[in-house]
Design a protein. Structure first.
Length: 136
């Protein structure tokens, strides 16, 4: 099941039963929260907020970019949260590489540098112009 969060209040637009409608009023009643919708022809409809949020008949019309309930792909945080330890390590290594390309530091900043083995230590130190074989 996919979930997305969106603010619902006065001014939020929905597609309800195939028609565009806008929330013009919200009310708290003893039966629960209710909303008043106004469609394109000026007709008003009062219904429970629960019906608007969980019904197959209603879809929120987003005002701007961002995740939506009917997106084809999953949100990155959901996908990354499902990775195992090996997958997370691969993603972290790739992110470090991207930060290093962009900033020159694997951490992304000189102030957040971390201790790591230098390239020379990995490739072997030159001793008298030669690389020590045991380090290679």
């Amino acid at each position: 099941m996919r979930r997305a969060a969106a603010r619902v209040g006065v001014g939020t637009r929905f597609r309800y039963d195939g028609e565009t409608a806008e929330v013009v009023e919200m009310a708290a009643t003893t039966a629960g929260s209710e909303v008043v919708l106004k469609d394109g022809q000026g007709r008003l409809l009062r219904l429970p907020l629960k019906e608007l949020l969980f019904s197959e008949r209603a879809v929120i019309t987003p005002d701007g970019p961002g995740p939506s309930a009917d997106d084809e792909g999953e949100i990155a945080s959901v996908v990354l949260g499902q990775l195992d330890a090996v997958g997370k390590q691969k993603v972290l290594e790739r992110a470090e590489h991207v930060r290093e390309v962009l900033t020159g530091y694997r951490s992304g900043s000189r102030t957040r540098t971390r201790r790591r083995t230098s390239f020379r230590a990995l490739a072997g130190e030159a001793v008298g112009g030669q690389i020590r074989g045991e380090d290679c």
